[in-house]
Each structure stands twice: as structure tokens, then as C-alpha cells.
Design a protein around this ligand. Sequence first.
Ligand code: PRP
Ligand code: URA
Length: 211
Amino acid sequence: MNNEHLHVMEHPLVAHKLSILRDKNTSTKDFREIVSEIGMLMTYEATRDLPLTDKEIETPICKTCVPTLDGKKFAVVPILRAGLGLVDGVLRIVPGARVGHIGLYRDETTLEPVKYFCKMPKDVSERDILIVDPMLATGGSADAAIGFMKEYGCTNIKLMVLLAAPEGIARIQKNHPNVDIYCGAVDEKLNEHGYIVPGLGDAGDRIFGTK
Ligand code: PRP
Ligand code: URA
């Protein structure tokens, strides 16, 4: 299912960790830790195209030119609540990243996202943006979040999710064709309540132990 803008992780560590998340008997503590670990592994992939510049240094042996990150500005933007579970994994790989927050919840009847919070770094329009959320179901939340970031003037936007439904991928690719989607796995479908099947249930409730 990979294509130019869809990157599905094909790594045994990610597959194994996702299987633990899917298990309904996984504890809140383990769930939270594993979401963070997958966040870290996926960030490795999602930052593959960060630009490098050469810098001269001196090794114990001689002077040499070495590749270094060119300091391009980067921000991770979790969609609250569940996206918070991925932030720590991203920051372990890119410790200098700024963090913007978008608070959205899905209306249980319409399944449309409702915005309740938004706080971005001042210079967010100059930053490369990685929006994170464990679940891409109907795609309504991610669609809205990408729309907000575009309103802020951001032009380089990526979306990182653990599980995606084909419906959500289709919505993002239709409305935001230039946004790269990084996902741990693509599941079969949505059920009548808009949950991903087989999925892992309600990601926010499982991360925060609210059910
Ligand atoms: C979940 C999930 C996504 C959204 C995905 O959040 O974390 O944000 O649903 O569904 P969609 O693709 O159909 O929009 P939820 O609204 O349950 O809020 P929460 O993170 O506060 O639990
Ligand atoms: N949100 C979740 O947390 N899980 C789903 O399966 C769909 C939306």
C-alpha cells in the first residue's frame, strides 16, 4: 500500500509492538510505554529527509568535514488527547523540537471533530510540522488539524499515526495530497461507530486509563 505520500512501517519491531497494543489485556502502563517506543521508532523514519550540511571538525586523528543536521526548525503537534502519548518518543529523537497542541475530540454522533484548544510556537509557520495521533479513522480529526496548520502558514506538514483505516487515508490524500502519512499499519475498515477494525480500541482511554 506504500505510495509516494504513504509510508507504512514495515519493521518487525513496530509490528510486534503494535500487536501488544491491540491486545485488550495489555495494561495501561505497558500501553503507554509502547506507544512512546513506537513513536520513537516511527520518528526515525519520518525524519529520514531532514537536510544535512557539512561542518568542519577535528577528530583525534585529523580535520574532516562531517554531516550535521542543518538546524532547520521542526515542531511536533499532537492532537489531544491521544496524540500526547507519542510526543515523548518524538522528542527523544529530536530533542530540540518545539511542541504545539491542538485539542480536538470526535462528536460521538456526527464523528466530526470539535476543536477545544490550540497553542502553537510563535514562529510555527517557519517550522516543519509533524502532526501526531495514534489513530486515523474517518480522518476528520487529522484533516482538521492539517487545515489549522495550513491556516497558520505551515507548508511542510507530515502526519504520523500508529493505525490507519483506508477511509482516513483516502480523506487525507484527497484533501491534502502533499502531506506525507507515516503509519504503523493499515487496518481493514471502520465499524459502524467509526472505530478501526481490528484496531486497538479507544487510544486515548487506553493511554490515560479513563475507561
Ligand atoms: C481519537 C483519536 C483521533 C480520532 C480519530 O480521538 O485519537 O484523534 O479519534 O478519529 P477520526 O479519524 O475519525 O477523526 P478522540 O476524538 O477519541 O479524542 P481523545 O484523543 O481525547 O480520546
Ligand atoms: N479513535 C480511537 O481512539 N480509536 C478508533 O478506533 C477510532 C477513533
